[in-house]
Ligand binder design. Structure first.
Ligand SMILES: C[S@@+](CC[C@H](N)C(=O)[O-])C[C@H]1O[C@@H](n2cnc3c(N)ncnc32)[C@H](O)[C@@H]1O
Length: 321
C-alpha cells in the first residue's frame, strides 16, 4: 500500500519549506571559495545520472554495499529482528532497501528524499513489490528538522542511511545529522548506516572521475539546476569537472573549474570567476571505522554489529540508540 504524506496532486511541486528562497545558494556562490551544497546535485536529471554512476565499473561503493547487504542478509535479519518500522534517509531509487525488506519483512517503510518525483515513483514500485507493506514517501530536506508521519509507530524504528551519504557532510555537520537521527528513535531504535572506508588513491579517485564522463555530467548538471532555482545564467560549457582526494581531510572533493575568466549573474547579484577558480560542489569523507564509531558514540549510539566486504572497503554499521 503506497501512501504519500505530501501533496499527491502535484508531487513535482516542492513543499514551501524546501524552496525558501535558496539564499544559501546565493551566499555560497559569493564566498571566496564558492560552493554549492551537494543536495542541489539531485534534480530529476541528477537522480538519473546518479543511477548511471552506480552502474559504472569505477564506482565501487554501490556494488560493494549491495554485496554486503546480500551476503550478510541472514545475519543482519537476525541482528535487526524486531525493527518493524524502516525509515530510509536519502532513499533515492529505494534499491538497497529491497534487500532489507526481503530479509526483515517490516510493516512500515518511510522513504525520505529531497528529489520528490523520483522518490514517489520509487516508493510506489516498492509498495507494488511488497503488497503488505505500509510504504510512504516524505519529500523533505534531511538537513532540516524532519516531520515523519504522525501515526508512524515509535516502537521498533530502524533508520537506514546507506551509500556513505553521511560522508557528504563535514564532521561537525555529520555529528549533528547523527544526533538528529538519534532523535527520530525510541529507546529500542537502531541505525543501519553505510560507511566508505579509506583505500588506495588509485581506487578512490577514478570512482569520482570515470572514463565515460558520467560523473562529470552529474557534477556539471548542478549548474542547470541552480539556474532553474535562482535564475542564474551559468553555462555548463564554461566549466570543467575536477575531483581529487584531499589527504589532509581524508575526503574526495568535487569541484567545477572555470575554463576561462567569466561572469555569472542572477537577479539581484552575480560574481566574476578567474580562469581556474572553482566552485566546490561535494565532499565525500572516508572515515576509518574506529573514528566513525567514536562519532556514533558522541551522538548517543552504541555500535552493535559491523559487516564489511573482503577487502574492507566499505562497512555497514548497526548501532543502538
Ligand atoms: C548518493 S545518493 C544515495 C541514494 C541511495 N540511498 C543509495 O545508497 O544508493 C543520495 C540521495 O540522497 C538524496 N539527498 C541528498 N541530499 C539530501 C537532503 N539534504 N535531504 C534529503 N535527501 C537528500 C538525493 O536526492 C539522493 O537520492
Amino acid at each position: 500500500m503506497f501512501r504519500d504524506i505530501a501533496d499527491t496532486a502535484a508531487p513535482a511541486v516542492m513543499p514551501p519549506a524546501l524552496h525558501a528562497g535558496h539564499n544559501d545558494l546565493r551566499q555560497g556562490l559569493l564566498e571566496p571559495q564558492a560552493r554549492i551544497s551537494p543536495k542541489y546535485l539531485y534534480d530529476a536529471r541528477g537522480c538519473e545520472l546518479f543511477e548511471q554512476i552506480t552502474q559504472l565499473p569505477e564506482y565501487y561503493p554501490t556494488r560493494t554495499e549491495a554485496a554486503i547487504l546480500a551476503d550478510a542478509g541472514p545475519a543482519m535479519a537476525q541482528a535487526l529482528r524486531g525493527h518493524e518500522v524502516l525509515i530510509e534517509l536519502g532513499a533515492g531509487n529505494c534499491e538497497k532497501v529491497r534487500a532489507l525488506c526481503r530479509s526483515l519483512w517490516p510493516r512500515h517503510f518511510v522513504g525520505v528524499d529531497i528529489a520528490g518525483d523520483f522518490l514517489y515513483q520509487a516508493v510506489r514500485r516498492l509498495a507494488e513489490e511488497f503488497p503488505g507493506l505500509d510504504a510512504r514517501a516524505v519529500h523533505a530536506d534531511i538537513t532540516k528538522p524532519l516531520q515523519l508521519p504522525p501515526d508512524l509507530p515509535q516502537a521498533g524504528r530502524l533508520v537506514f542511511y546507506p551509500g556513505s551519504s553521511i560522508g557528504n557532510f563535514d564532521p561537525a555537520d555529520a555529528l549533528a545529522m547523527l544526533r538528529r537521527m538519534h532523535g527520530l528513535l525510541g529507546p529500542d531504535g537502531g541505525l543501519l548506516i553505510g560507511i566508505d572506508l579509506p583505500k588506495p588513491l588509485h581506487w578512490l579517485e577514478p570512482a569520482y572521475d570515470d572514463a565515460q564522463g558520467v560523473t562529470a555530467r552529474f557534477n556539471l548538471n548542478v549548474l542547470s539546476h541552480v539556474n532553474t532555482l535562482i535564475g542564474s545564467d551559468f553555462d555548463e560549457d564554461d566549466w570543467a569537472h575536477h575531483a581529487f582526494f584531499n589527504t589532509r581531510h581524508s575526503r574526495i572533493e568535487m569541484h567545477l573549474r572555470a575554463r576561462q575568466p567569466l561572469a555569472v549573474a542572477w537577479p539581484g547579484g552575480g560574481r566574476r570567476f578567474a580562469e581556474g577558480e572553482t566552485i566546490h560542489t561535494e565532499n565525500s569523507y572516508k572515515y576509518p571505522l574506529p573514528h566513525f564509531q567514536d562519532m556514533l558514540a558522541q551522538a548517543g549510539f552504541s555500535t552493535s554489529k559491523v559487516w564489511t566486504d573482503e577487502r574492507q572497503w566499505f562497512a555497514m554499521v548497526y548501532a543502538h540508540a
